[in-house]
Design a binder for this molecule. Structure first.
Ligand code: ADP
Ligand code: ADP
Ligand code: ZN
Length: 215
């Protein structure tokens, strides 16, 4: 199974992708995570992407599509893929079709996480992750069960993203509206889009997605 999770920054794509990975052994392909790893390792791609990401703008289509192709090639052909934060433009949607086609994969579901923009700034500015395993948390909505200790791996180190500030979030939301939301009709025409209420509790969102993919 191959799924796209679509929604603005803070919609819950990463949170839900991590749960699908745990429940179904699927693989999360997050271009944001891949780009952050490239920035950290100071690869040529990372050096090119760093300033763009800090501004909250989009990295070039060629770069992200190449990353996705490489990541797909590195996983087993029967492992399902969850695309998180990709595609984000019409050009990327076109590339993804070709990338999947070349590898004999088909797109089963595009799940749109529908959220109120007003809630997103709070979600993003309160977001943090485990520095060791990457599990996501939130200052208000999802604290570790034992304070200061990751539920999943026990690490006591956490990190926050430099672009998770209010000003950058506004740019990222504008980018979403202008470039990413317009790709929905491409998938609607294929009849594979489902809308999930992303304002519901995390567990309810998970249950809605589970119902969707099991039909
Ligand atoms: P995205 O990957 O779409 O940018 P995340 O999954 O990282 O979004 O979620 C953003 C923040 O909001 C995280 O801190 C996460 O814990 C929190 N969050 C995710 N889903 C919900 C939800 N349904 N209700 C409240 N908070 C949520
Ligand atoms: P969020 O889910 O919170 O919007 P991501 O981690 O997906 O954030 O992306 C962080 C940043 O990485 C984006 O603001 C953008 O600069 C870059 N990025 C990630 N994925 C893409 C993509 N598919 N196309 C272009 N830029 C991307
Ligand atoms: Zn952890």
């Amino acid at each position: 199974m191959n799924i796209i999770l679509l929604g603005p920054p803070g919609a819950g794509k990463g949170t839900q992708a991590q749960r699908l990975v745990e429940r179904h052994g699927m693989r999360q392909l997050s271009t944001g995570d891949m780009l952050r790893a490239a920035v950290k390792a100071a690869t040529p791609v990372g050096l090119q992407a760093k300033a763009v990401m800090e501004r909250g703008e989009l990295v070039s289509d060629e770069i992200v599509s190449a990353l996705i192709g490489e990541e797909l090639d590195a996983m087993g052909s029967d492992t399902g893929a969850i695309f998180d934060g990709y595609p984000r433009t019409e050009a990327q949607a076109g590339s993804l079709d070709a990338i999947l086609d070349e590898r004999g994969r088909t797109l089963d579901h595009v799940i749109e996480l529908a959220v109120d923009e007003d809630a997103l700034v709070e979600r993003i500015t309160g977001r943090f992750t485990c520095a060791n395993c990457g599990k996501g948390y939130h200052d208000t909505f999802e604290q570790p069960k034992v304070a200061g200790e990751c539920d999943k791996c026990g690490s006591t180190e956490f990190k926050r993203r430099p672009d998770d500030n209010e000003e950058t979030v506004r740019t990222r939301m504008a980018e979403y509206r202008a470039k990413t939301a317009p790709i929905l009709p491409i998938y609607e025409a294929r009849g594979i889009v489902s809308r999930v209420d992303g304002m519901a509790d995390m567990d309810e969102v998970t249950a809605a997605i589970e119902r969707l993919i099991s039909t």
